[in-house]
Design a protein around this ligand. Structure first.
Ligand code: PLP
Length: 408
């Protein structure tokens, strides 16, 4: 029986396997026995059944604990077999019990915030859910918390100040490491210890499970904008939370009620993206490390940030106008987002972090001269040639020209 067309894919338990093996096989373990190679894409929005008593019982069970439905999904907002394959695979890569996929990274974060218990009462609207978070975060995540759009109240803290910022009503601690866009890193194990019983959410979008598995360091929730490295080709918008079954049940019920589901075609593309994730991340990281080295040695560059962990993101500050650099690249694509096979550059103060108050932004290290580079798989010398040209005239010559200009 093809579980992908008649029922939710519930995974096949196998012996522990290396990350590279999981990346290629997780979520696909049942295929060969069905005579299939590529995973089927199930586009059904509804699933016929002649037994409505059984359907009622299954919906009741889902409403109680949000457990993944055994058998056909009933309706696509409750679950989809193709998406379930991606969820199973990502959970295997992150080393968590399960994962819940959403229509975008922001939909995933929204579901986490809505899933937090309301302090003092089981009834919604009894008071804000308190979140402690470390800046910088991706600009829209910062905005969602700062504006309290989903009824949360945020306290911003340094990693060392997390324990002091916790309150009896704190429902979540949130960090990004390496952070967008400064690539600041936190010691996840130390942060998880400081959280005590409060769940820690680590946004692992930049590192991916290839470089870091936050669940193994004490994070209860691992969030991805799957739009980035997991998809890997700039053609899928998606989010996912890897976590334990209990929290996943809450997230599935929120997803069912609010509708931020992932489309099955996106689930298929993400599963395909995962199979090359380790090779893409390692190759792009090697390029990024080399570009970080060349930028750091260049007098036109004031400062370079490259994570101790490694990775394919580089942030750097220029002495001159960063907008000029953006306007002059030709091989590198001037665009927001990251994690694609091609190299992208953007100016966070203008784009990814524009929505954050300027003082808060600068206070978090997102200066007006900072540029963020998402390094892809092109030849590193071609990338450097483009950046070198876009950075403008060598600084000594610039100085001489400026002098001549002043004398004239
Ligand atoms: N988290 C990080 C670190 C991000 O960079 C982004 C988007 O850039 C998000 C979350 C939000 O993800 P999405 O754009 O898929 O909603």
């Amino acid at each position: 029986m093809d579980t992908a067309s008649t029922g939710a894919y519930d995974g096949v338990r196998t012996a522990p396997r290396a990350l590279a093996t999981e990346a290629v096989h997780a979520g696909r373990d049942d295929l060969a026995r069905q005579g299939l190679h590529a995973p089927p894409i199930d586009l059904s929005t509804t699933y016929p059944s002649y037994d409505s008593r059984a359907e009622a019982a299954r919906i009741d069970a889902f409403a109680t604990d949000g457990a993944g439905l055994a058998g056909p999904p009933v309706y696509a907002r409750l679950g989809n077999p193709t998406v379930a394959r991606f969820e199973t695979a990502l959970a295997r890569l992150e080393g968590t019990e399960t994962a819940v996929a959403f229509a975008s990274g922001m939909a995933a974060l929204s579901a986490v915030l809505l899933a937090l218990p309301t302090p003092g009462s089981a009834r919604a609207g009894q008071g804000p859910r308190h979140v402690v978070a470390v800046r910088p975060l991706y600009g829209c995540s910062d905005h969602l918390l700062t504006a309290g759009l989903l009824g949360t109240e945020v306290t911003w803290a340094d990693p060392d100040g997390i324990a002091d910022a916790l309150r009896p009503d704190t429902g979540l601690v949130m960090v990004e490491s390496p952070a967008n866009p400064t690539l600041a890193e936190v010691d996840l194990r130390a942060v998880a210890d400081a959280c005590g019983p409060v769940p820690l959410l680590a946004d692992n979008t930049f590192a991916t499970p290839v470089l870091q598995r936050p669940a193994g360091q004490g994070a209860r929730l691992v969030l991805h904008s799957a739009t980035k490295y997991l998809g890997g080709h700039g053609d899928v918008l998606a989010g996912v939370v890897a976590c334990d079954e209990e929290f996943a049940g809450r997230l599935r019920r929120i997803r069912f009620a609010t509708g931020g589901v992932l489309h099955p075609l996106a689930g298929y593309l993400l599963l395909r993206g995962l199979s090359t994730l380790p090779v893409r991340v390692r190759a792009a990281s090697a390029n990024a490390a080399e570009l970080a080295r060349r930028l750091a040695a260049d007098p036109r560059v004031a400062r370079v940030r490259y994570p101790r962990l490694g990775g394919a993101m580089v942030a750097f500050e220029v002495h001159d106008d960063p907008h000029e650099v953006i306007s002059l690249v030709r091989l590198v694509t001037p665009a927001v987002s990251l994690g694609s096979v091609d190299t992208l550059i953007q100016h966070p103060a203008s784009l990814s972090h524009r929505i954050v108050d300027a003082d808060d932004r600068r206070g978090a290290g997102v200066t007006d001269r900072l540029l963020r580079l998402s390094v892809g798989l092109e030849d590193v010398d071609d990338l450097w040639a483009d950046l070198d040209r876009a950075l403008g005239a060598p600084r000594e010559r610039q100085g001489a020209e400026a002098l001549r200009e002043a004398v004239r």
